[in-house]
Design a protein around this ligand. Structure first.
Ligand SMILES: Cc1cc2nc3c(=O)[nH]c(=O)nc-3n(C[C@H](O)[C@H](O)[C@H](O)COP(=O)(O)OP(=O)(O)OC[C@H]3O[C@@H](n4cnc5c(N)ncnc54)[C@H](O)[C@@H]3O)c2cc1C
Length: 391
């Protein structure tokens, strides 16, 4: 609930700030209409702290919340692969509940992605296009999503556990007083509720989480956790009017710096990953892995130790506190295979491990194991590949 106290001086700053045009000033007092979505923009700008929001979880009439929603993240104008993975999962959940799948597209020139979302099972695609929705900012995206949730009342909302999703989902949840389960590895329907499964205690136990008292039930899922499967239908496109004001966006993006090696694929998009761990021994050692990855048209990944030692950027980290990958081929060099690493790559189609220690746990998940020093094995692989490519 939002209230305006006696302290209000009628300065109109809140009315100018509100992205939803929900505030008018009459007789030197701010009046808040039903268009308010509790985004909190007015609370932040009020110079006399006259506006307060009391956040109470929604517990009444949960039956009015319907449908399974997906935040369909784009990179520029292009849909991210994870959006289709989530839409596929949303289709499965919605079918179990006999409800619809709705996807939300935000940005500029993103509408054309609606057809693709329909191909993977979306019944409805909400499209909000505005120049201030590209590039992503929390202040730009959160009020739009909060507004849509307040208006359409989804039952479930899924976000990708990407940099954007990990920033956006908690802001939306906090704005609406909802729970949020991060990094789910399993989602299903149990007694009409979303059963959210995620690793806990360093991956040693799997926790099942239910959210019986609030709606929407919200979860984030990492890329490559679910498979995308086509389930075609013609999605209805609903264009959403957005009225964002420049001064409500507090972040200015000056430059986006890509840390990946030019020409090298990102690990969450690569079909082949050559990964290195502590056994690589140095930053220079990774050059050998880069050469192999380049020959194979793949990307270079790493264990957390290699990242912590500064041998490779964090964007290459595979595992529990890094990125989950499921490439066609994963070559683990000098990586022991702790549970925190395995949870991030165990679903790779073929795993090759190169390790000096025949007892290394990585061999338990590997399809092919090579016991040896990577400095001897990798050059041999490179040589053999080059020879095969010449044929
Ligand atoms: C909360 C938490 C989250 C974590 N998240 C992650 C995560 O996301 N990702 C991750 O990877 N880890 C993560 N970790 C760290 C994890 O527990 C391990 O410390 C880490 O995975 C070990 O990395 P490693 O295999 O490179 O190193 P080590 O375990 O030290 O293994 C090095 C291996 O290299 C082999 N070796 C040495 N020299 C050579 C050589 N010349 N040729 C071939 N083999 C050689 C050795 O035999 C050994 O098996 C996390 C830990 C915690 C507590």
């Amino acid at each position: 609930m939002i209230t305006v106290s006696e302290k209000c001086i009628g300065c109109s700053i809140c009315a100018k700030t509100c992205p939803f045009g929900a505030i008018t000033v009459m007789d030197k007092k701010a009046i808040i209409s039903e268009a308010c979505v509790l985004c909190g923009a007015c609370v932040q700008v009020c110079p006399v702290k006259a506006i307060t929001i009391e956040r109470k979880a929604v517990s009444a009439d949960l039956s009015s919340f319907r449908d399974v929603w997906v935040f369909a993240e784009c990179e520029g104008e292009k849909l991210k692969g994870v959006a289709l993975e989530l839409t596929t999962k949303a289709r499965e959940l919605a079918d179990a509940l006999n409800q619809k799948v709705c996807a939300v597209l935000l940005g500029t020139n993103v509408k054309s992605n609606a057809e693709m979302l329909g191909r993977y099972g979306a019944d409805v695609v909400y499209v909000a296009e505005h120049k201030m929705l590209e590039p992503y900012t929390t202040d730009g995206y959160a009020p739009v999503i909060v507004g849509l949730i307040s208006k359409y009342k989804p039952n479930i909302m899924l976000f990708p556990a990407t940099k954007v999703g990990r920033d956006l989902a908690p802001r939306v949840a906090a704005s609406l007083g909802l729970g949020l389960t991060a990094d789910c590895t399993g989602l299903s329907i149990k007694d009409g509720l979303l059963l959210q499964t995620r690793p806990a205690f360093g991956g040693n136990v799997m926790a099942d989480i239910l959210c019986p008292n609030t709606r929407p039930q919200m979860a984030t899922v990492r890329p490559n956790v679910f498979k995308k499967v086509e389930n075609p239908r013609k999605a209805e496109v609903v264009e959403v009017a957005v009225d964002l004001k420049e001064h409500t966006i507090r972040t200015v993006i000056k430059e986006i710096v890509k840390t990946a090696t030019p020409g090298m694929k990102k690990i969450d998009e690569a079909d082949i990953i050559v990964s290195g761990g502590r056994g690589i021994g140095s930053k220079e050692g990774f050059k050998l892995l880069e050469e192999l990855a380049e020959l194979l048209g793949g990307a270079v990944g790493a264990s957390r130790v290699a990242v912590d030692l500064g041998w490779i950027p964090k964007s290459a980290q595979v595992g529990q506190s890094g990125i989950t990958v499921a490439p066609k081929l994963y070559i683990a060099c000098g990586i022991s295979g702790t549970i925190q690493h395995l949870v991030g790559m165990k679903d790779s189609k073929v795993i090759i491990a190169i390790n000096k220690d025949p007892e290394a746990p990585i061999f338990n998940v590997a399809d092919y194991g090579i016991v040896g020093d990577y400095q001897k094995v990798v050059p041999l692989l490179i040589e053999e590949l080059k020879r095969a490519m010449k044929k």
